[in-house]
Design a protein around this ligand. Structure first.
Ligand SMILES: *[C@@H]1O[C@H](CO)[C@@H](O)[C@H](O)[C@H]1NC(C)=O
Ligand SMILES: *[C@@H]1O[C@H](CO)[C@@H](O)[C@H](O)[C@H]1NC(C)=O
Length: 446
């Protein structure tokens, strides 16, 4: 028998140990960095605002964040109409009661398939119904049937028409817009039990689809991309090789489709920078490094979008000669400040606020840019090598976005990625980590 003091000491130690474990878990979760290009980030920024709100209320963000680090997801997103007007208010109240959190979670997870099912993976006319397991593991039969009606309409869960197939496409998943909520059996039962009125239902799945025992194979090739949709190739494939490599191949006949006048958009934003004031160094570099401006113009012409993190003059003045003397160094520095996505101050702030840390691809492969929320703003980079977003939305035209920052950023760590991406088009000649502000350069630096 242990003396009582000993006893409580042991409990104390166990308690501290438990706290430690809890702390480690929190850290483990926080250290996942979601890609800004994730379908999850896109969902929260999409017009599926009611669904996004439910996902947040269901406390599912971390679960889904983990999911997309391991596999693609396909989200069947009920549109706002379905969640606002068409849903039984009593059912909605039920879902939002804290004690029914599990039901809300199951309901949402029932709309998500742990895999990539694009509209071209859909069964064809008259093909068999295909069943996909969902993330709703709480459901005894969690398989969601997808099928195509004779009318040509795509239907999911036996009842919900897909009104916006492939509405959002991202590297780690996609979103199909559907016109009604899917209610898994268990949630329906919970709801009925709660209000003790077994005969009344919320939004019921009806008429389970009949399984056609024929082969399940997709027949239709993917249709032509809708106008204005993003280019099919990743941006890196469209980029000219860097200055250290072979010269860019001459554009082939009938090569790129030119949807946009990227060159004049680039000129336009450089002028805007000049008029804005405080960004003359950067504007100069862009004017002088014609290859860079040309490259940007070409990418935009081909349908790619860009976010430019623009260091202000004070930040540029702190660059050292060492940092700039290597051949191609200014280009390398600039490429690291180009994100191949269209982000505004609001969209970036929303992402970092929701996810803590977000990782952006840059045109300087394979280096990523990490961003987090700090002091009510977005902070890029890590530790002392960081810069705040100080001048939001200097230029935003829907394809090019320019955000003013107060530091020049350098890649510090290459985030290891399990999936091997396109090999870097530029030799990763890293401008070694330098402390800023050691050698001041009062004047022009180039
Ligand atoms: C998602 O799907 C794409 C295309 O099939 C694939 O290249 C990628 O590796 C997948 N991502 C994950 C995290 O499995
Ligand atoms: C750009 O080129 C002009 C003319 O050659 C030169 O005077 C200026 O210093 C250059 N600016 C930068 C930032 O390289």
């Amino acid at each position: 028998m242990l003396p009582p003091t000993m006893d409580s000491k042991i409990y104390g130690a166990v308690y501290i140990f438990m706290l430690f474990i809890a702390f480690m878990n929190v850290n483990a979760l926080q250290s996942t960095q979601i890609s800004s290009n994730s379908v999850l980030v896109a969902l929260l920024d999409s017009h599926y605002t009611e669904l996004s709100e439910l996902v947040e209320k269901a406390l599912l963000l971390q679960t889904l964040e983990q999911a997309v680090t391991h596999h693609n997801i396909t989200i069947f997103a009920p549109n706002n109409e379905a969640l606002e007007r068409q849903m039984d208010p009593e059912f909605k109240r039920f879902l939002l009661e804290p004690r029914n959190l599990k039901s809300l979670q199951n309901l949402i997870l029932y709309h998500i398939i742990p895999g990539r099912v694009g509209s071209h993976n859909w069964p064809g006319d008259g093909d068999a119904v295909v069943h996909h397991s969902t993330l709703c593991v709480g459901e005894s039969d969690n398989r969601l049937p997808i099928m195509k009606m004779n009318s040509g309409e795509k239907v999911v869960g036996g009842v919900a028409k897909v009104v916006r197939p492939d509405d959002v496409i991202r590297p780690d998943g996609l979103i199909h817009g559907i016109e009604r909520l899917l209610v898994p059996q268990s949630v329906q039962e919970d709801f009925n039990r709660r209000r003790n009125l077994g005969s009344i239902s919320a939004v019921l799945p009806e008429g389970a689809p009949v399984v056609d025992p024929r082969t399940h194979r997709l027949r239709k090739p993917a249709g032509p991309a809708p106008a204005g949709s993003p280019p099919a190739l990743p941006v890196y494939d469209a980029m000219a090789p860097g200055p250290s490599l072979a010269p860019a191949p001459a554009p082939g006949p009938g090569g790129a489709h030119r949807h946009f006048d990227g060159e004049s958009q680039v000129k336009d934003f450089i002028h805007t920078l000049l008029h804005y004031g405080g960004y003359n160094e950067l504007a100069d570099i862009l004017v002088n490094l014609t290859s860079l401006a040309t490259e940007m113009g070409k990418l935009v012409s081909e349908g790619y979008v860009l976010t430019v993190l623009a260091p202000n003059d004070e930040a540029m003045a702190k660059l050292t000669t060492d940092q700039l003397s290597d051949p191609g160094a200014p280009e390398q520095i600039m490429y690291y400040h180009l994100i191949p996505e269209y982000q505004t101050e609001e969209s970036m702030y929303n992402s970092v606020r929701r996810f803590g840390k977000v990782q952006y691809d840059t045109l300087r492969l394979p280096h990523k840019m990490v961003a987090e929320e700090a002091d009510g703003s977005v902070k890029f980079g890590q530790q002392e090598e960081s810069a705040y977003l100080i001048d939001p939305d200097i230029y935003t035209d829907g394809r090019i976005s320019v955000q003013g920052i107060d530091g020049v950023l350098f890649p510090t760590t290459v985030i290891p990625s399990s999936e091997t991406k396109v090999s870097p088009p530029v030799a990763p000649k890293v401008v070694t980590k330098q402390r800023r502000g050691m050698f001041f350069f009062g004047k022009k630096v180039l």
